[in-house]
Design a protein around this ligand. Sequence first.
Ligand code: C2O
Ligand code: CU
Length: 472
Amino acid sequence: MNQRTVKVTRMNITRRTFLCATAATATNALARPLQAAMSPPTLTARPGLADLGHPSGAKTPIWGYEAAAPGPTLRLKQGTRLIRKFINALPQPSTVHWHGIRIANAMDGVPDLTQPLVQPGGDFLYDFTVPDAGTFWYHPHNRTWEQLARGLYGALVVEEADPPAVDRDDVLLIDDWRLDDQGSLNEPTFGAISDWAHGGRLGNWVTINGRADYTATVKHNERLRLRLVNTANARIFTLGVKGLNGWVVALDGQPLAAPAPIELITLAPAQRADLIVDVTAETGGDAVLFATARDRHIVIGSLKVLNQQRPARLPAPAPLAPNPVPGLGDVKSARRVKLHMQGGAMGGMRRASFEGKQLSMRDLVARGRLWAFNGVTDMPKAPLVDARPGETIRLAMHNDTAWPHAMHLHGHHFREVKADDRLGPLRDTLLVARNKTAEIAFLADNPGKWLFHCHMVEHAASGMMTWINVAT
Ligand code: C2O
Ligand code: CU
């Protein structure tokens, strides 16, 4: 199936198909576990060719799930099981991480911490329940700085029992690739220390669902749910819409208490935003999704308005039903933990501990280690926090570097703790601005070893990585 076919199929999913799918799920409920045990569906990572819309006309050699970038959108109902036998047909070991899912630890896909690497030719059975409805995604967790950049990612959509009334439900995976003049991936700069010490690998080719010229056809006053996912290695997108009017209804898969009118949307690597928008552009016109770059707007997706869905806009949507995320304990009395984020270019880090030894910055650089948390580069032996189950943890992150970082906690969602202990929305990835401190609080209720790292994946690979233990 080529990219275009996948896209068209995805766009035709309407509320009606959701309803049919629900009925089918109910009747097949008994047959399913048996069937799954006999022959689990597979998800194969393998090399492929993608038409990213490069002007040379050349296809780009990529690595993708089912040889496509993005890989298949996996859709399932909240509370059901996702079962996939992952098959590694890549020339490198890999794993699959299900980003944002409050998952059983053994299914989290982190090499060494939660599972062994899946070697080329090997496989691993992922089998877990999805507790939360929302927009999630999956990607490798080995050499992510290379494997993600080569195209290994896909959307994981968990549908509400009672989804909001929309005419269409589209996933928009936003990526930026670093291509050379021939439209091939720029390979010599994989691992370039200059990228790693600065903002990470930034691309020069922005795509939505694998196309630089993403277009779709819509109708005037049609209501769309747009699930935006930033799958880039390191780029922070600031996005806006024109000819579309509506609300942000969820962030990182978790519904907002009240839909928020759309202004500009900042999406750090790995972050998601669910929008419910009405097409307000007139028939014959265009609605666009744009990214801001300095003071310019760059159109990254355009929606052609073919005709009219209905004469007037629908009324404002109700908030999405909250997910069953247990509430935080008292944040005032919560246990407090500090994270000192250090290193990178212009950061002033002099030394850090690597594999138990204190090394000078020069020796760290020689080992490809450029960043540190609390004076330690790379995964520390001891967890940053050893939490009792059900304990509320308050974590203050001081970004003592010249770069922003998108901090991601596995297996949990957290809230930002703002001034006067006001709590922000539930998230799994938070952008921490340079030279700023941000504090989060979470309920450590999911037993296991959970990675906590920067999602600018080059930063993670060169030191910005730690973990949290939640006792059983
Ligand atoms: Cu999306 Cu540890 O990753
Ligand atoms: Cu970072």
